[in-house]
Design a protein around this ligand. Structure first.
Ligand code: FE2
Ligand code: FE2
Length: 281
């Protein structure tokens, strides 16, 4: 069980619908669309996480651990609500968000076994924790974006960091009778699979959004996007080692120095939004 981090509940609404600027990421259609394409994946994904973790609730006897799971589910439910509002704004631009979401639902619907669902959740939680690491490690990443979007992504990043070990710890508990090899292969196999499949859906969404806006310009657009991820500013390049940590047999989400990042993130969010974290009973 994780004891490194209290999981705070922050019931915040972000008035995305009031933002008039379409290209909220420093006026850049590519970075804006990449994040927007990611937002479309969240509601179905987070409902899946809640379901897959709740499935094992009766196997958890420790009341503190049960409370962590409860808070994990509440945080993810609020993320779902806010990303639904975000995605409604995207639909108002004329994007076929329903079709994009249907792809996510179909992909997740293929995973039938509860333990594989949990392994997928653990793996995707590592991806969101990696994104959180990028955002919280370097506040300059979002410093110049439109404030409502900056606040929403910072809030989401912080809470993903706070609860990043919950699904992993549930997985460790419920697979304790599996052989170490099976337990390891299931979780790393899941990360490998979701890394590919999430990027498949993300890039399809990204391309559809840019095409709809008349911004898709073939190889030049793709090269520019790849440079942004792997060259400069190199969003992926900067977190590659964080991502790869999961493939170690000794991995645990709280191995590393993320406690400091979380305290900074809380401070940052409080400063930006004047939000004091509070527990919900
Ligand atoms: Fe989330
Ligand atoms: Fe999460």
């Amino acid at each position: 069980m994780s004891i490194e981090s209290p999981i705070f509940i922050r019931n915040i609404h972000f008035p995305i619908q009031d933002v008039k600027q379409h290209d909220w990421f420093e006026g850049d259609p590519l970075r804006t669309s990449y994040c927007d394409a990611l937002s479309v994946l969240f509601p179905a994904g987070e409902r899946f996480f809640i379901k897959s973790v709740k499935h094992y609730l009766d196997k958890i006897e420790d009341p503190d651990f049960r409370e962590e799971v409860r808070r994990f589910c509440i945080q993810e439910a609020f993320h779902t609500r806010e990303h639904e509002a975000y995605n409604a704004q995207l639909a108002s631009y004329g994007y076929d968000v329903e079709k994009m979401e249907a792809r996510v639902i179909k992909a997740l619907g293929r995973v039938k076994s509860p333990i594989v669902q949990l392994a997928f959740t653990v793996a995707i939680e590592h991806l969101t924790a990696t994104l959180s690491y990028l955002i919280l490690k370097d506040p300059k990443v979002l410093a110049k974006v439109t404030p409502v979007y900056r606040d929403l992504w910072t809030w989401h990043a912080l809470e993903e960091m706070e609860h990043k070990a919950v699904a992993f710890d549930v997985y460790q508990l419920v697979t304790r009778n599996l052989s170490p090899w099976k337990r390891y292969m299931l979780r790393v196999g899941a990360l490998f699979a979701v890394t590919i499949d999430i990027h498949r859906m993300l890039l399809i969404n990204f391309n559809e959004m840019l095409t709809h806006r008349g911004e898709s310009k073939g190889p030049k657009m793709w090269l520019k996007s790849a440079w942004s991820l792997f060259g400069n500013p190199g969003y992926y390049r900067r977190v590659i080692f964080h991502y790869l940590r999961f493939y170690s047999p000794f991995f645990h989400p709280w191995k590393g120095d993320d406690g400091k990042l979380m305290r900074q993130g809380r401070q940052e969010l409080n400063n930006m939004m004047n939000v004091e974290p509070k527990h919900v009973d």
